[in-house]
Ligand binder design. Structure first.
Ligand code: MNH
Length: 493
């Protein structure tokens, strides 16, 4: 059994503002939240409760911070740190003391962080660049093979599904050099649905109210899940054993680093159980988040013709006339506008909708609320990223909010899609490199239009993801312009 630590989270019985119409027993939850999503319903109901409010979910009270000022306070790593929430604890069944779910003081967190950090720097992305490009090529082959006739648009009914296949392939190939064949086979590899089912089960169990229902329902869920979990774990264990027995001691992927790198000072290394947990963590943390970010970016591009035109012009400028041109590693940083499109998409719909903080010592927040080391607050990113005090006309999609001068003019910590402090996202550069690459290549190769009648619907799982968003992609003719910037010319421009 993995160790579980829970916080009392009683907040010294203080009262906070809360949404109107609290009911006995169920508190501030509504059946409609299950249908329309907790995050989305909350965003609509609590706008006037900034900067801080509480929501009663049955017997449980959760304190949310949605004002940029108080969020900035909580992001101060000298006063606060990551907190274990019911969701984090639920995921420990899969992630254990892996990077995402480890408690701050567990030795394997520091060890894995030190060993893996070098593999996640911006320059380390050179190592994954070609692998990322190869996966994108497979996506394009898959799209092009679905064409109904020359010049006819490729109608993709579920763009998020396509993006998820892509990010899954990228992370599995870069993390442990495994090809799941997502674009080559009609059926997904058994690992994928098994992992998703195991993830859903842990989440469902972790959010059940404590007591008898939890024990009963929990064992039913466990029973239904046992084959999935066993398959996921044994497949990864086999993979680790195979690599260990192969005599391959190189550090060309994350698995190689974890098996063969030792800590430069202590000489310590990760054990095989922890390596399995790290891989599962990378698979889970590394694919839905990035595919959601890509899907929202494509949604906003299809809704904002001027933005689309500028993004496409940038792709053309850098990649030139050849629609098969692939950006060189150094060129990725040049897609400044495309990067701003991504940033702005993650502002309005941060695919990880929040994260939790607890104080390092008893303190006071928002000028008046006592907070002990047994309390945690959730930073609601949707609320922080729409705080009108920092973001004028917050609902408008405007990538130029991320022009360097505008970023500089904003207060620190008003934009936190990758979390804060020591436990912030280790995969940030990876996600951004991959997402910019994918968007640049799509924009360069296809014209796109979304269904004008589509109303954004968002699935809330561990992450946020547009549901059923259709995109029509029309292959673009080779550019016949005076501007035939080859890769090389563009790189030196
Ligand atoms: Mn990621 C932590 C968001 C892509 C691996 N990630 C976090 C946190 C946020 C986050 C927020 C902090 C959570 C917390 O404080 O409890 N991550 C994202 C987003 C994207 C993303 C929005 C894409 C967009 N993350 C990725 C990718 C990988 C990855 C890609 C792996 C390749 N993330 C992690 C890991 C952690 C993490 C591992 C935990 C780091 C730690 O605690 O040391």
């Amino acid at each position: 059994m993995t160790e579980m630590r829970t916080l009392g989270n009683r907040w010294s019985e203080q009262q906070f503002p809360h949404p109107a119409g609290r009911l006995p027993l169920i508190g501030d939850v509504r059946p409609s939240m299950l249908r329309d999503g907790l995050v989305q319903t909350m965003l609509e109901r609590v706008d006037e409760l900034r900067p801080i409010f509480e929501a009663k979910v049955g017997p449980r009270r959760l304190v949310f911070v949605i004002g940029a000022d108080v969020a900035a306070e909580l992001c101060d790593e000298t006063r606060f740190q990551k907190a274990p929430t019911p969701v984090i604890n639920a995921l420990r069944e899969l992630g254990g003391d892996g990077l995402f779910t480890a408690y701050n003081d567990e030795p394997n967190w520091q060890l894995a962080h030190d060993l893996l950090m070098p593999a996640f720097t911006k320059s380390a992305m050179q190592t994954y660049h070609a692998t990322m490009l190869a996966a994108i090529d497979e996506l394009f082959d898959y799209w092009d093979s679905s064409a109904t006739g020359a010049g006819a648009p490729l109608r993709r009914g579920d763009i998020s599904g396509d993006m998820t296949k892509l990010t899954m392939e990228t992370i599995s190939r870069t993390a442990f050099s495994h090809d799941f064949g997502s674009f080559k086979n009609a059926e997904p590899h058994r690992f994928v649905p098994a992992m998703v089912a195991a993830l859903r089960t842990s989440m469902a169990k972790g959010t059940l109210p404590p007591g008898l229902p939890k024990r009963l329902l929990g064992s039913v869920l466990d029973f239904r899940n046992r084959e999935h979990l066993a398959y996921v774990e044994s497949m990864l264990d086999d993979l680790i054993a195979q690599r260990r027995n192969s005599g391959d001691t190189s550090t060309h992927d994350l698995l190689g680093i974890m098996l063969n790198a030792t800590h430069s000072e202590s000489g310590a290394h990760l054990d095989d159980l922890n390596i399995r947990r790290q891989i599962l963590t990378f698979m889970i943390a590394g694919h839905e988040t990035t595919s959601g970010a890509l899907s929202f970016a494509l949604y906003f591009l299809s809704r904002n013709p001027e933005v689309l035109a500028r993004a496409q012009a940038e792709a053309d400028e850098i990649l030139g006339a050849d629609r098969d041109a692939e950006p060189a590693y150094e060129q990725v940083a040049k897609f400044r506008y495309i990067r701003r499109v991504l940033d702005e998409g993650l502002r309005l719909w941060p695919t990880v909708p929040g994260f939790a903080r607890m104080p390092r010592a008893d303190t006071v927040i928002a000028g008046k609320y006592r907070m002990t080391t047994d309390d945690f607050a959730l930073i609601g990113l949707g609320g922080v990223h729409r705080d009108p005090a920092v973001w004028p006309d917050p609902l408008r999609f405007d990538p130029d909010r991320f022009l360097p001068e505008n970023v500089k003019a904003r207060p620190a910590h008003s934009y936190k899609p990758f979390g804060a402090g020591l436990r912030a996202c280790i995969g940030r550069q990876f996600a951004l490199h991959e997402a910019v690459l994918v968007l640049a290549r799509i924009l360069h190769r296809y014209n796109m239009s979304g269904d004008p009648g589509y109303q954004l619907k968002i699935d809330e799982r561990l992450t946020l993801m547009p549901r059923g968003f259709r995109l029509d992609l029309t292959p673009r003719a080779p550019a016949a312009t005076s501007h035939t910037g080859t890769n090389h010319a563009a790189a030196t421009r």
